[in-house]
Design a protein around this ligand. Structure first.
Ligand code: NAD
Length: 259
């Protein structure tokens, strides 16, 4: 039985993860951490009824009291690296969906994995469709090198551009290089690896992305829509299973999907 701690347990993704874990026979929730809703039953918050696991605030004491194998983190960009350090220094492998980790942060985490012998699994996007979108875009980029990304998310999202858009730009730059955008006109979005990214934040949206390629007299658009959060759960559960005893740092669900 894989013992799972969920960090960010009262959040939108944390609650969905708690629900998903409860449906599996080989994993169980042992503790739930958040900085709000403290003392409330994590199962009740997730809509699955009482579990007896109450939300607590102190990650380190939750780890010491319940010895989880894996910590699933869906919190926020400003705290995720600190949470990962606490987990890894105490023998717990983080499975991280929280976005906003920078390249330097991931390098730091890789060093920590070498020091502690405890790995981590980081995925800017756990949905199968979004990972297929990135995979297909890499194939298109071999033929059409002019490309821009539009990502559209709900208005409460804290980071921009999204982790998925940044990861898409990184993967595309591996195919087309990073010399895409010489001009810097206003209202033309931000760039990552030289690729333009436009971020839309509106109520009514959940998570959506378009990758638009331009060629001579034609465009090709690849679009992914996640109208609810359940699409991330198969990927999260696969990552939890992969994380048990993991000693290295894996970035991207594509690495374990065989893409
Ligand atoms: P949310 O705001 O609903 O939930 C975040 C939760 O983290 C909140 O309950 C908050 O109180 C809690 N939190 C904040 N600081 C904390 C700390 N120090 N310790 C413990 N808990 C803390 O946000 P959300 O929509 O659930 O998204 C969470 C993160 O996941 C965001 O970064 C988002 O971009 C990312 N996300 C990733 C994927 C993916 O597939 N990788 C999918 C959706 C969202």
């Amino acid at each position: 039985m894989i013992k799972v701690l969920v960090c960010g347990a009262a959040g939108r993704m944390g609650r969905e993860v708690i629900k998903a874990i409860s449906q599996e026979e080989d994993m169980s929730l042992v503790s739930a951490v958040d900085v709000r809703e403290i003392g409330k039953d994590a199962g009740e918050l997730a809509g699955i009824g009482k579990t007896g696991i109450l939300i607590e605030e102190d990650l380190l004491s939750a780890i010491k009291n319940t010895s989880p194998d894996v910590m699933v983190d869906f919190t926020q960009p400003s705290v995720v690296k600190g949470n990962m350090k606490i987990a890894m220094e105490n023998g717990v492998v983080p499975v991280v969906g929280t976005t906003g980790l920078k390249y330097e942060d991931i390098e730091e985490i890789k060093d920590l994995a070498k020091k502690t012998g405890v790995g981590a699994f980081i995925a800017p996007n756990f949905s199968l469709g979004a990972n297929l979108m990135m995979h297909i875009a890499k194939q298109v980029a071999r033929f059409l090198q002019a490309v821009e990304i539009i990502e559209l998310h709900h208005e409460k999202k804290l980071d921009a551009p999204s982790g998925t858009a940044i990861r898409t730009a990184q993967l595309l730059s591996e195919v087309i290089g990073d010399s895409q955008t010489p001009d810097s006109q206003p209202s033309r979005g931000d760039t990552r690896w030289g690729i333009r990214i436009h971020s839309v934040r509106l109520p009514g949206l959940v998570a959506h992305q378009e990758i638009i390629f331009g060629g001579q007299g034609e465009t090709l658009t690849i679009r992914h829509d996640a109208p609810s959060r359940e699409c991330y759960m198969p990927g999260v559960k696969t990552a939890i299973r992969k994380a048990v005893g993991l000693k290295e740092v894996i970035v991207g669900l594509d690495k374990i999907l065989g893409l």
